[in-house]
Design a protein around this ligand. Structure first.
Ligand code: GLC
Length: 720
C-alpha cells in the first residue's frame, strides 16, 4: 500500500474533511497567525498522523509575504520581478524558467509549499484590471511561457498553481458573474493556455476561478474539473478554489475541486456556514459519498507529500535575493518593447537628458492586490538614470522631487491604502511647468524623456476614459508642450510607457520621436530603463497583446457584461476572434500589432524549409543580424488555414523562438516543430485539421511576415 492509501486508511472522516478545507485567512475567522505571515493560505495539519499544514502564497510577480514580523527585527523581503505581461514580452521560454526557479527558491526558503502562480487568463479586453498579471491575448504564447515558468518553480521542490481556471477575464463582479462562451472559444482560446501549461508544465495545482462558466461556478463545474482537466488532459495534481469562491463546499468537493481555500467560513444570507460542517452534513445526507471525498483527499495528499513542509525541509529564511535581483533585471531588459524610434535611441552617455513626468519618481513596479510584491527596494526611473551616470538635468529632477513631495502633502493628493493595504495614489497633475522654464530646459538639454504611468489591480477593472485608457488632459498637454519646445531646438523626445496593459497611443505618437514600453518591471525598473536608453542592451521585447488604435476597435464590446454597473453575465460574443485573431480577420488596423517590437539592430530572415515528418511539421529558417548592434530576435510562426467548413481566424500563432544574442553579421539556424494536432480547429465535437493548403508564415510580428511556405494536408480528426 502506498503512503497515500496508508494515510487515507488511518484518517477519520472528520480528518479527511478538515484536510480539504483551509484553516482560514490568517488574522480572520479565528486564525490568529500563519506559519508564514502574509501567505495567502494554509491547509489543516493532522498531527496525529504526522501531517503538517502546507503553506500557499501568491503571486505572479514575486512571492507575496509580509516583509516585517511583529517583534522580529529580521526582514522577509522577496524579489519583485517584472509583471507577467512584461515577462511575456520577452517571448523567452528559458528566461521564464529562470524567473520560475528564482521565485521557487524564494518560496521554498521562506517556508512556502505552493506558489499561487502563474496566472494565465487571456487579455480579452485591455481594461481588465488584472491583465498585468496575465501573459497575453494568445493562448499559445501564454501556455508555452506558463509551462516554462512552472518547470522553473517546481525544479526548486515547491509547487506552482496555474490560475484562474477558467474564463475569468474581468474583475467587475468577478465572484458572481456568469461567463457565457461557446465551447469552441473555450477550447481554442480560454482553456488552451491551461491545456498547454498542464500537459507541458505538469503543475502541482490548478486554481479554479471565481466566475460561473455557462451557468455553473468554475469551482463547482464537474465537466471542467473532471472531464476536461483530468480525463482529457491527464492532470494529476490538486484543484484548489479561489479564495471564498462558489456557494457550496459540498458541491465543490463533488465536482472535483479538491481543496477549499482559504477555508473556515463564509456568509450565506447572513447565515454563517462552516465548510467542514457543510461537507459532513452532505456526507450524512448522502449528497456526497465517501468515495468522492476520498478522491479529493488522495489528490491533496499526493501533492503535499512532495512538499517541503511534508518532507520536513528546514528552510533558511535567507533566499539568494542578490542573484534573483539579477534575474529580475535580465527579465526586465528583455521585456522592454521599442514601439517607435526615429533616429533617437540609443542615446549616448554624453547626451543631456531632461526627464519629465511624476512617474520618474513614483515609478509603478507592478499592480495591486494579490499580485503585489514587497521588495527590499524599487529603483525608480530617476534613480536608475542617476545610478547609471546618465547626464541628467538635475535642476529639473529636483523640481520634480519637490513637486511630488509637496503635492503628496495636500489633502486631495494624500496617499491612502486599499483593503489590501496597497497605497492608492491620486494622479498628480502633470503639466505644472511654465513655458519659459520649458524653453530653457529644451535649450540646455539634448533629449526629453517623458514617463507616463498607469496602475491597476485585483478587484476592479480599468475604464475607457482620460487618465486611464486615454492620456489625461494634463498628460496630453505635457507631451505637447515638451515636444513643441524641444522640437523648436531640433531636439528629440522619448516617451516611456510605465503601464501594465495597453493605453491609447495613436492620437499622440506622431508628436514624439521614440516610444519605449517599460511596462511594470519590478524592483530593477530604473536600471532596466537606463541600460536600454543608453544602448547597454538593445531592446528585444515584442508585444504579447495588441495596442488598438482606439478602445472602440476592441472586439470584446460586451465587456464587462450586463448590466454594466453590476454584471450578472458576460457573453463572449466575439467568440474566438480575440486580439489579433479579430484585427487580422476583420481588417481592423491596430496602433501596434501583436508580436511587434523594434530593435537597435536589424534582422534578415532567410532559407525557410518546411518538412512533414509523420504527425509533425518541421519548420526551419535562418535569422541573421544585418545591423550595427548586437541583439536578440523573436520570430513567430503563424499558420493560415485553408477555407473550409469551419470558419477560422486569418492566422494563428503556432510557435515562436528567441535567438541568443547575435553579434552583427552573426546568424542562427532556427528549427521548430508544430504537431499537426495544433493546426486543428474545434468543430463542436472534436478537433479537425481540414484538408487543403496551409500557409506557414514566419514573422517578426503578426503583420511583418518575412517568409512564407505551404504544406498540403489531408483531413484529420482528433478526440478532445
Ligand atoms: C485572490 C486571487 C487569487 C489569489 C488568491 C489568494 O482573490 O483571485 O489570484 O491567489 O485570492 O490571495
Amino acid at each position: 500500500m502506498d503512503r497515500v492509501d496508508e494515510l487515507l486508511s488511518q484518517m477519520t472522516v472528520e480528518e479527511k474533511v478538515k484536510l480539504l478545507v483551509g484553516v482560514g485567512l490568517p488574522g480572520l475567522f479565528g486564525n490568529p497567525h500563519s506559519k508564514v505571515p502574509g501567505a495567502a493560505g494554509e491547509t489543516h495539519p493532522i498531527p496525529r498522523l504526522g501531517i503538517p499544514s502546507a503553506v500557499l502564497a501568491d503571486g505572479p510577480a514575486g512571492l507575496r509575504i509580509n516583509p516585517n514580523r511583529e517583534g522580529d527585527e529580521k526582514t522577509y523581503h522577496a524579489t519583485a520581478f517584472p509583471v507577467e505581461t512584461m515577462l511575456a514580452s520577452t517571448w523567452n521560454r528559458e528566461l521564464l524558467e529562470e524567473v520560475g526557479k528564482a521565485m521557487g527558491e524564494e518560496a521554498r526558503e521562506y517556508g512556502v509549499d505552493v506558489l499561487l502562480a502563474p496566472a494565465i487568463n487571456i487579455h480579452r479586453n485591455p481594461l481588465c484590471g488584472r491583465n498585468f498579471e496575465y501573459y497575453s491575448e494568445d493562448p499559445v504564447l501564454s501556455g508555452e511561457l506558463a509551462a516554462a515558468f512552472v518547470k522553473g518553480v517546481q525544479s526548486q521542490g515547491v509547487g506552482a498553481c496555474v490560475k484562474h481556471f477558467a474564463a475569468n477575464e474581468q474583475e467587475t463582479n468577478r465572484m458572481l458573474v456568469d461567463t457565457l462562451v461557446s465551447e469552441r472559444a473555450l477550447r481554442e482560446i480560454y482553456l488552451r493556455a491551461f491545456e498547454i501549461a498542464v500537459k507541458k508544465g505538469r503543475p502541482w495545482a490548478v486554481m479554479s476561478a471565481y466566475n460561473k462558466l455557462n451557468g455553473k461556478y468554475c469551482s463547482q463545474h464537474e465537466w471542467l474539473l473532471k472531464e476536461v482537466l483530468r480525463k482529457e488532459w491527464g492532470f494529476e495534481g490538486l484543484v484548489m478554489s479561489d479564495w471564498y469562491a462558489g456557494d457550496s463546499a459540498a458541491e465543490q468537493i463533488k465536482s472535483g475541486n479538491d481543496l477549499i481555500m482559504p477555508g473556515k467560513s463564509y456568509q450565506v444570507n447572513q447565515q454563517r456556514v462552516d465548510e467542514v460542517e457543510e461537507i459532513l452534513d452532505a456526507l450524512r445526507s448522502g449528497k456526497l459519498t465517501e468515495e468522492e471525498l476520498d478522491e479529493c483527499v488522495r489528490n491533496v495528499l499526493k501533492v503535499f507529500l512532495n512538499s517541503p513542509s511534508f518532507r520536513g525541509y528546514r528552510y533558511s529564511n535567507n533566499p539568494n535575493l542578490e542573484a534573483h535581483a539579477r534575474v529580475a533585471y535580465l527579465a526586465g531588459v528583455e521585456g522592454v518593447v521599442l514601439l517607435k524610434n526615429e533616429n533617437t535611441l540609443p542615446i549616448s552617455r554624453e547626451t543631456k537628458v531632461a526627464l519629465f513626468g511624476t512617474g520618474q519618481i513614483e515609478t509603478v513596479k507592478g499592480g495591486t492586490g494579490s499580485g503585489d510584491t514587497h521588495p527590499r527596494y524599487v529603483i525608480n526611473v530617476l534613480d536608475g538614470l542617476r545610478e547609471r551616470k546618465v547626464k541628467l538635468d538635475e535642476r529639473l529632477a529636483r523640481i520634480y522631487e519637490d513637486y511630488v513631495q509637496k503635492m503628496r502633502q495636500k489633502e486631495e493628493y494624500k496617499v491612502r491604502r486599499d483593503a489590501w493595504g496597497t497605497p492608492i495614489k491620486p494622479k498628480l497633475p502633470e503639466n505644472f511647468l511654465d513655458e519659459k522654464d520649458l524653453k530653457k530646459f529644451a535649450k540646455e538639454n539634448d533629449v526629453a524623456v517623458i514617463v507616463i504611468s498607469r496602475i491597476s489591480g485585483e478587484g476592479y477593472d480599468r475604464k475607457p476614459v482620460k487618465g486611464d485608457f486615454y492620456l489625461s488632459d494634463d498628460e496630453r498637454e505635457l507631451v505637447e508642450v515638451v515636444s513643441k519646445s524641444f522640437h523648436e531646438f531640433g531636439k528629440k523626445v522619448v516617451v516611456l510607457l510605465n503601464i501594465g496593459s495597453p493605453i491609447e497611443v495613436a492620437s499622440w505618437r506622431d508628436l514624439v520621436d521614440a516610444i519605449l514600453v517599460i511596462w511594470q518591471a519590478g524592483q530593477e525598473t530604473g536600471r532596466v530603463v537606463a541600460d536600454v536608453l543608453v544602448g547597454e542592451v538593445s531592446p528585444s521585447g515584442k508585444l504579447p497583446t495588441t495596442f488598438p488604435k482606439d478602445y472602440s476597435d476592441v472586439p470584446s464590446w460586451t465587456f464587462p457584461g450586463e448590466p454594466k454597473e453590476n454584471p450578472q453575465k458576460v457573453i463572449y460574443e466575439e467568440d474566438i476572434y480575440v486580439g489579433y485573431r479579430y484585427y487580422d480577420t476583420f481588417g481592423v488596423e491596430p496602433a501596434y500589432e501583436f508580436g511587434y517590437g523594434l530593435s537597435y539592430t536589424k534582422f534578415e530572415y532567410k532559407d525557410l524549409k518546411i518538412e512533414r515528418d509523420g504527425e509533425v511539421l518541421k519548420v526551419s529558417y535562418t535569422i541573421r543580424n544585418v545591423g550595427d548592434f548586437a541583439g536578440k530576435e523573436v520570430s513567430q510562426v503563424y499558420v493560415k488555414a485553408p477555407k473550409g467548413k469551419i470558419g477560422k481566424p486569418f492566422q494563428e500563432l503556432k510557435t515562436f523562438h528567441k535567438t541568443k544574442l547575435l553579434k552583427t553579421r552573426e546568424e542562427e539556424l532556427v528549427t521548430l516543430e508544430i504537431p499537426l494536432r495544433d493546426l486543428a480547429s474545434f468543430d463542436g465535437r472534436e478537433w479537425v485539421v481540414e484538408a487543403g493548403e496551409y500557409e506557414i508564415r514566419v514573422g517578426a510580428s503578426s503583420r511583418d511576415i518575412r517568409l512564407k511556405g505551404c504544406v498540403v494536408l489531408e483531413e484529420k480528426r482528433y478526440k478532445p
